[in-house]
Design a protein around this ligand. Structure first.
Ligand code: ADP
Length: 366
């Protein structure tokens, strides 16, 4: 028979993402509705070690659904990676009679969730990260808001690019994943995207800008992933210099494409969550409570083709590594040939979708 839960803990950890607060609210209301008390652990795993928590009543989570960042805060906690820190955290949970945890964050947060699960504390992960780098889930909480913020800002840059016939290279977040970059490049009508998932032909890109300028195009946008920390600024300088030389050589100042660089940086992480992120956060938060109370552990909640479902944390980690090509020997030993084939098909479909969208961007960028 499934364990009877009396009190659970909820935390947000890793990089903050709009919608994390909405997820905490959903967890709280769903658990309280089922007669289970909720403790909000402050500052991620750090609060678990240092016994910093507050009871989350339904009133405590009022007026939180639209908050940006995370009202439970998210501190880095390296101590939790060590056995001693983990044992301290478990002792705090026992002291408060907390018999299950919901951890909202990214892949680092999920490693912590597994560590708790294998030490007898049932834990469920909820993907909250703007980067959308949890391969097993089509969307993560915060991704939609971050993209919306990017296009709002890029639209403003477009206005001034068009007025002055300039180009703007914009660097956006996403760590090692190009999801934010590619989608916002498509949605902002950029001429190119520089993403980790595809090789970037700089010469072809510059030649395209020159051709389009000859054809009368005034403003240009190029979106670059933060995975290339120096590329954006250098590209803007290069386009400015090359087109300036060309304009002088041909005696045609219209060929000069003055190019500016803009790093949106952490502005992309803030702001009130969009409708899509509030819905996702709410559905995932409720499902996490359902899973925990049903006696499940070491799972994450994912969205696939619009449906909320679950997968094992280990499964999700193997999928991430398969996607990035960073699998190490032995990592797939626990899976049958059939399961591996299913994973490979999943990765192939995701990559094909990415390639299709990248090709679409390049075709329309004319
Ligand atoms: P994210 O969850 O966004 O990937 P981090 O990688 O910073 O962010 O991880 C968030 C927190 O999760 C860390 O500060 C740490 O407390 C915990 N954590 C990360 N990696 C591990 C690990 N290997 N084992 C246990 N806990 C971890």
């Amino acid at each position: 028979m499934a364990q009877k839960f009396r009190k659970i803990g909820v935390l947000t950890s890793g990089g903050d993402a709009p919608g994390m607060s909405a997820a905490v609210r959903a967890v709280t209301r769903a658990a309280n509705a089922r007669g289970v008390q909720v403790m909000g652990i402050i500052g991620g795993y750090r609060g678990m070690i240092h016994d910093e928590m507050i009871e989350l009543t339904n009133r405590e989570v009022s007026n939180k659904i639209m908050l940006s960042g995370t009202f439970l805060y998210s501190d880095r906690c390296l101590e939790f990676k060590e056995e001693e820190g983990m044992q301290k955290a478990i002792a705090t949970l026992k002291k408060h009679d907390i018999d299950g945890v919901i951890a909202i964050g990214g892949d680092g947060t999920f490693r912590g969730a597994t560590d708790l699960s294998v030490r007898g504390i049932p834990t469920i992960g909820v993907p909250g990260t703007i980067d959308n780098d949890i391969t097993a889930s089509d969307n993560t909480i915060g991704f939609n808001t971050a993209m919306t913020t990017v296009i709002e800002n890029v639209d403003r840059l477009r206005d001034t690019c068009e007025s002055h016939a300039r180009l703007n290279v914009v660097e956006v977040m996403g760590r090692g994943a190009g999801d934010i970059t590619l989608n916002t490049a498509i949605a902002s009508g950029a001429v190119a995207a520089v993403i980790p998932e595809a090789p970037f032909d700089e010469e072809a890109c510059i030649n395209k800008v020159i051709r389009l300028r000859r054809e009368g195009k005034r403003g240009f946008l190029i979106i670059v992933s933060e995975a290339f920390p120096t590329l954006g600024e250098e590209l803007a300088k290069k386009i400015t210099a090359i087109t300036k030389d060309l304009a002088e050589k041909e005696g045609n100042d219209r060929l000069w494409v003055e190019s500016k660089f803009c790093r949106l940086a952490h502005t992309v992480r803030g702001g009130s969550p969009t409708l899509a992120d509030r819905l996702l956060a709410t559905k995932m938060g409720v499902r996490a409570v359902d899973e925990l109370l049903a006696g499940n552990s070491d799972l994450i909640i994912v969205e696939r083709a619009g449906e909320i479902t679950t997968c094992g944390i280990r499964w999700s980690q193997v999928l991430d590594r398969m996607y990035k090509g960073t699998l190490k020997p032995g990592m797939t030993d626990a899976y049958t040939a059939e399961q591996l084939a299913e994973m490979e098909a999943f990765i192939a479909a995701k990559k094909a979708e990415f390639e299709k969208n990248y090709a679409m961007l390049n075709e329309l960028a004319d």
